[in-house]
Design a protein around this ligand. Structure first.
Ligand SMILES: *[C@@H]1O[C@H](CO)[C@@H](O)[C@H](O)[C@H]1NC(C)=O
Ligand SMILES: *[C@@H]1O[C@H](CO)[C@@H](O)[C@H](O)[C@H]1NC(C)=O
Ligand SMILES: *[C@@H]1O[C@H](CO)[C@@H](O)[C@H](O)[C@H]1NC(C)=O
Ligand SMILES: [Zn+2]
Ligand SMILES: [Zn+2]
Length: 647
């Protein structure tokens, strides 16, 4: 034992014996009291060039069971990981690939199963997937790299289905790469029959997959998408609650496998689009005690619920920040419910090393890392447009705070760029906050950052000469409707906003709940005192900011209260409006109202609702809408701003 470290620990937790600290941390006592701490080198370099190395470590082993699953969802093209400012998510797809290979080896050593699943949304949100240069279709390179990971079940998200060519291309790639492991239970696509030339409706993916694991367990898998309405023409989606009544589904569940595996793009508990309960109940009517493992997504949060004691449902976050882990033990004894456990692993090389061992990299993983770096260069994602003077956050501060990206946009970016010499300047620009997808960090601002923040190719439209009295009430109205329109979000095509809002609400609630609970605070304070490395080395430090997830799977066991694999202080979080706007121009009786094409219907309906009741008031129609500027759109806005303001 090293006297210095032991003394330090005793001093820091003077009222708290070391074994109590160990217990609070769920560490073996020896991990805190001993360990060969010689020559401890802290975090090693992240492998992706230019990535910030991770600082924190997990603090406990993964709870392996008979059947184990690693889960990703809503990766949205972030296969390079988070390269700047977010060391907790700085691993890349190559690191993950190596990790997966090592975990497979570990599973075989233990004589248990390890399955891999992904719940969709692989496009929209990162230049690596969205900035594919022609002549290749969007996602050509990124989907091929994604597909190296030997998933057992992959399904579609809604983002694959907004544009018909994207849907068509993605489904053909997934068919080619994954074959029967591409499972989409309730979506059809119209395609041209090669022989007859006629349009025919086909399944987007396999409705189900029936397979046997390496350890001989029988699995029946389904891939339901939530009842998504805002898809492209040529796509058909059936509500999961209707799907379970179909004859094919009833036949598929007729005989009992060892487990059911549901991998679907659907929130675990946002009522507007979660129908997991209906699917699990349909299975329960036939099989009251066959374990059901559910892997959801879409709302970009870490979350876990249990439909019943023979089931667990996990959501594994967003943007390749999180690798979800679920295990189920006690499968051989059907007389008692199995034991489910879950973890949310921070996606970085420390996590991988902690669980898979030092030197976990494999040749194939390293090759993927290199290919990703080369792709980023080939796509010009590393081109620098300017240097941001500070951080601008999406969710952490109120939109009026100088540290909010919405403050930057509404007070500087939009007023300076979105103007026209032939029109009164500046106009009144309304922005749906859901169109902004990520934080903007201090330092070099690159093409890659631009794609992360504003991935959509929306245009700026406008209505000319709107009476000031209407324009000044528009924002408030839109935010009210936004509140009430939430339940109908999928129908109105405003699904992005709903996604972001739900994420916000959930995240805000989590953090508030965490802050409210003295006991949890205490546990976290203790945890944040010590960080252990894989060798049982440890050091004292304050935990960094990160996810602190209060899900519904903690049960009564204090050790299982948090599924987060690494202890953090919770992120700050502030409620954001659904819409924000620039300042209303001074002293003009008429105002040009500018907005993205994505919200044209909202704006028209809003103005008409506000003008309604007055006979003389004109009704705004689509014909009144014009393009405001041609030279800049959503996905070049920040590039143009950075070139001018940050050089
Ligand atoms: C998809 O097509 C099949 C026939 O191939 C049909 O039975 C099913 O109802 C269709 N599903 C949807 C969502 O339209
Ligand atoms: C459980 O059953 C599986 C397959 O049926 C078998 O391979 C395994 O050895 C059993 N495990 C235990 C702990 O009995
Ligand atoms: C990247 O930049 C170079 C040099 O400006 C240009 O020739 C090339 O076409 C760009 N590639 C892409 C994919 O934009
Ligand atoms: Zn998503
Ligand atoms: Zn989604």
């Amino acid at each position: 034992m090293r006297l210095t470290t032991a003394a330090l620990a005793a001093a820091l937790v003077s009222s708290c014996p070391l074994y109590a600290l160990a217990a609070a941390l769920q560490l073996p006592f020896t991990a805190l009291s001993g360990g060969d701490n010689d020559g401890a080198k802290p975090a090693r370099l992240a492998q992706q060039p230019g990535s910030t190395p991770p600082v924190d470590w997990p603090y406990r082993s993964l709870p392996w069971g008979d059947l184990n699953v690693l889960a990703t969802t809503d990766t949205h093209g972030w296969l390079l990981g988070h390269q700047r400012n977010e060391p907790s998510y700085s691993g890349d797809w190559g690191d993950y690939y190596s990790f997966v290979q090592r975990m497979k080896e570990e599973a075989r050593r233990r004589g248990v199963d390890l399955l891999l699943v992904d719940s969709g949304d692989r496009v929209d949100g990162n230049g690596l997937v969205d900035a594919e240069p022609s002549p290749h279709p969007k996602g050509y390179t990124a989907l091929s790299i994604f597909s190296r990971v030997p998933y057992d079940v992959v399904t579609t998200g809604n983002h694959e289905l907004y544009k018909f060519p994207v849907a068509s291309y993605v489904s053909s790639v997934m068919h080619d790469k994954f074959g029967d492991r591409w499972v989409v239970s309730n979506v059809n696509i119209t395609a041209q029959d090669e022989v007859t030339g006629r349009e025919v409706e086909r399944l987007l993916g396999n409705r189900m997959r029936r397979f046997t694991t390496e350890q001989g367990r029988k699995v029946v898998a389904f891939g339901p998408l939530f009842d998504f309405k805002a898809h492209a023409a040529g796509i058909a989606v059936q509500a999961p609650s209707a799907m379970v009544k179909e004859q094919w589904f009833q036949e598929a569940i007729a005989s009992a496998p060892d487990v059911f595996l549901l991998v679907g793009h659907m929130s675990l508990r946002i009522e507007a689009d979660s129908e997991w309960t209906a699917v699990v109940r349909a299975i329960r009517e036939v099989h009251p005690t066959v374990p059901v493992l559910v892997f959801g997504g879409h709302h970009h949060i870490r979350d876990c619920v249990q439909e019943d004691e023979y089931s667990m449902s996990l959501a594994s976050g967003r943007y390749f920040e999180t690798v979800g882990f679920m295990s189920v033990a006690g499968l051989n004894d059907s007389s008692t419910p199995p034991v489910f456990k879950r973890r949310y692993i921070d996606q970085n090389r420390n996590s991988y090393e902690y669980h898979a061992g030092k030197g976990f990299d494999t040749d194939e993983g390293k090759a993927i890392t290199q290919e990703l770096a080369e792709t980023a260069r080939r796509f010009n994602l590393t081109d620098q447009f300017g240097v941001a003077p500070q951080d601008y956050f999406l969710h952490r501060f109120p939109h009026t705070d100088r540290r909010s990206i919405f403050h930057l946009l509404t007070t500087s970016v939009l007023p300076s760029l979105i103007t026209r010499p032939d029109r009164p300047s500046p106009p009144y620009t309304v922005l749906n906050t859901g169109s902004i997808r990520f934080d903007l960090f201090k330092g070099p601002f690159t093409r890659g950052d631009q794609w992360q923040i504003l991935p959509f190719a929306n245009n700026f439209l406008f209505l000319r000469d709107v009476p000031r009295g209407l324009a000044e009430r528009l924002l408030h109205h839109l935010n009210l409707v936004g509140e009430h329109g939430f339940a109908e979000a999928s129908q109105t095509g405003r699904e992005y906003t709903a996604e972001e809002r739900a994420w916000l609400t959930q995240q805000g609630a989590d953090v508030r709940a965490a802050a409210d609970s003295a006991a949890l605070e205490h546990a976290h304070r203790l945890r944040s005192l010590a960080t252990t490395t894989p060798d049982g080395r440890w050091r004292m430090r304050r935990a960094s900011e990160g996810y602190v997830t209060l899900d519904a799977c903690g049960g009564d066991d204090p050790a299982e209260q948090f599924g987060d694999d690494t202890a953090h202080r919770p992120y700050r979080s502030a409620r954001q409006p659904v819409f924000v706007a620039t300042a209303l121009p001074h002293k003009t009786e008429q105002v040009d109202v500018v907005f993205f094409d994505f919200i044209v219907i909202d704006v028209l309906r809003g103005l008409n609702a506000l003008g309604g009741g007055h006979k003389a008031a004109r009704r705004y129609r689509l014909d009144d809408v014009e393009r405001y500027v041609e030279w800049v759109s959503a996905n070049t806005l920040m590039e143009e701003y950075a070139k001018r303001a940050w050089n």
